[in-house]
Design a protein around this ligand. Structure first.
Ligand SMILES: NC(=O)c1ccc[n+]([C@@H]2O[C@H](COP(=O)([O-])OP(=O)(O)OC[C@H]3O[C@@H](n4cnc5c(N)ncnc54)[C@H](O)[C@@H]3O)[C@@H](O)[C@H]2O)c1
Ligand SMILES: O=c1ccn([C@@H]2O[C@H](COP(=O)(O)OP(=O)(O)O[C@H]3O[C@H](CO)[C@@H](O)[C@H](O)[C@H]3O)[C@@H](O)[C@H]2O)c(=O)[nH]1
Length: 480
């Protein structure tokens, strides 16, 4: 029986390994992590991450061919194929700080694999890594090999949070990069045979190692670039009276462009886009390609601009100050259907409003009060490091109140900011909300999910990204 060990039981490792176990009943899958709290949550009724459909998959396989354990060394030792899905955050200090990927966790996983292995292994890079990481990993393994042979494959993950299970069950592509020697090709075939249990062969792309590693960074950079492009257009729409959803609809229908990643928003968030673009920028700079680096940097600059533009719009609309005013924040996660807040635009928007002394009443259907307080009370913390290494905070932000539903959040508020596109925000009784708010009542839709005409009929002053401005907003100074 083939044995697989997945190192790292996070947003990627947990769902990915669970789906492999589901689709390959003859393979034993062990998911291991250094975080005891994460592993005990995977073994409990309340999984450590929220993903639609995940619970069903885990319940079906756990205790059969899927197990979660902190006994990292035992399961690595027993495995034929080892998937490494550990954190690769942006470095926060030292050479390349603020841009380069921090490979500390990857390196320690590789050293541990070398320490405990007694048979040949295929080591699979699932984490997103800088191009040519496989070379470094190979050196670590080879120098400690005791005669054991390792084949390194790059098999980057393309799942999106919120749709992870669907993405894994029906991937548009699976990418496997390996070295071009016969042993490398044999390893590619072995991994391909795992995916072939449920993925049609024509969706499995094989490349050399460096193309696979770079394709993952390019993939994220291209998606983020489209969002920054439409967000840049949204500013121009507001200035000219064009409507960004109409513009993006025209672009979507262009078969040369395709329909996705053209929704204007308050900015992209999530643990991947910014980190991976910074990583790409660093690789370009290291190769002396300054023009290419500068091109990709602009994608992040426009994203930062979009978030600060939003904050400016809120403050300037509300008589140039939100000091002491209650602002309801609906949605804190970086997108709907996830509890993840890593790099969510809500952090920057909330901090911007707090900077102007607002009182925030925050509601998100999936994010805990503790997480929101941590995100807002601690500066410069990189949440993308393993959970047990993250600092704990005993302070809370006094001007932040986290509440249990949208009606409570908006009661007596002067303004509402929609920061995540949760479906439930579309069906709120906005007349009831309006009746219970201070007047004039403002609503700032950072996700373009609301019916602007209906809200205006009710009496709201509405700002919706990239849409024609209310007379009220037209008369406020444009500081963006
Ligand atoms: N989150 C996503 O949607 C997504 C999608 C595709 C790729 N990725 C990439 O996958 C990687 C993991 O991302 P994630 O979101 O799952 O992170 P995560 O923080 O949710 O999970 C990583 C896990 O690895 C564990 N870990 C770290 N070092 C370890 C070690 N030496 N031994 C055992 N366990 C260790 C941590 O405790 C943590 O639980 C990153 O490189 C990321 O860029 C993420
Ligand atoms: O038209 C759009 C599409 C997305 N977003 C925002 O962009 C961010 C990222 O969204 P999404 O790509 O759906 O989620 P992620 O889970 O971050 O997934 C991305 O990052 C993963 C980690 O590398 C990759 O595996 C996925 O392919 C890639 O889509 C979120 O804040 C979204 O709200 C927009 O603002 N407009």
């Amino acid at each position: 029986m083939v044995k697989i060990c997945g190192i790292g039981a996070g947003y990627v490792g947990g769902p990915t390994m669970a789906v492999i176990a589901l689709k390959c009943p003859s393979i034993e899958v062990a998911v291991v992590d250094i975080s005891h709290s994460r592993i005990s949550a995977w073994n409990s009724q309340k999984l450590p991450i929220y993903e639609p459909g995940l619970e069903e998959v885990v319940k079906q396989c756990r205790g059969k061919n899927l197990l979660f354990s902190t006994d990292v060394e035992k399961h690595v030792h027993e495995a034929d194929i080892i998937f490494v899905s550990v954190n690769t955050p942006t470095k926060i200090r030292g050479l390349g700080a603020g841009k380069a990927a921090d490979l500390t966790y990857w390196e320690s996983a590789a050293r541990m694999i070398a320490d405990v292995s007694k048979s040949n292994k295929i080591v699979v890079e699932k984490s997103t890594v800088p191009v040519r990481t496989a070379e470094a990993i190979e050196k670590i393994l080879a120098h400690n090999s005791k005669g054991i042979k390792y084949q390194i494959l790059s098999n980057p993950e393309f799942l999106s949070e919120g749709t992870a299970i669907q993405d894994l069950l029906k991937p548009d592509r699976v990418l496997i990069g390996g070295n071009e020697e016969p042993e490398g090709q044999k390893a590619i075939l072995k991994l391909k045979s795992v995916y072939a249990n449920w993925v049609p062969e024509d969706r499995i792309i094989t490349t050399n190692l460096w193309s696979a590693e770079l394709s993952k960074l390019a993939d994220n950079a291209f998606m983020a670039q489209r969002i920054s492009s439409i967000n840049a257009m949204s500013a121009l729409c507001e200035a000219t009276g064009a409507e960004v959803s109409q513009v993006s609809n025209v672009l979507c229908k262009n078969t040369k462009l395709g329909p996705k990643y053209l929704n204007a928003s308050v900015g992209f968030g999530g643990s991947c886009f910014q980190k991976d673009i910074l990583n790409l920028v660093y690789i370009c700079e290291s190769n002396g390609l300054m023009e290419v680096a500068n091109y990709w940097k602009e994608v992040i600059k426009v994203n930062d601009y979009q978030k600060s533009r939003f904050v400016n719009k809120v403050v300037t609309s509300m008589f140039n100050t939100v000091s002491g005013k209650k602002i309801a924040i609906l949605g804190f996660a970086f997108k709907k259907d996830t509890s993840d807040t890593r790099k969510t635009p809500a952090i920057d928007v909330c901090k911007g409003l707090l900077g102007d002394n607002a009182c925030l009443s925050i509601y998100d259907p999936r994010v805990t009060e503790d997480q929101i307080q941590k995100d807002l009370s601690m500066d410069g913390v990189e949440w993308d490091h393993p959970i047990h290494l993250q600092p704990t905070s005993s302070t809370t932000v006094k001007q932040v109140n986290v509440v249990g539903d949208a009606y409570e959040a908006t009661k007596d508020a002067h303004g509402i900011c929609i920061l995540t596109e949760w479906d439930e925000f579309k069906t709120i009784d906005y007349q009831r909300v309006f009746d219970n708010m201070q007047k004039p009542a403002f609503i700032f839709d950072g996700r373009n999910i609301l019916n602007v005409d209906k809200l205006r009929e009710i009496g709201f002053i509405v700002y919706s990204i990239g849409r024609p401005l209310d007379q009220w907003l037209k008369n406020t100074p444009q500081q963006a």
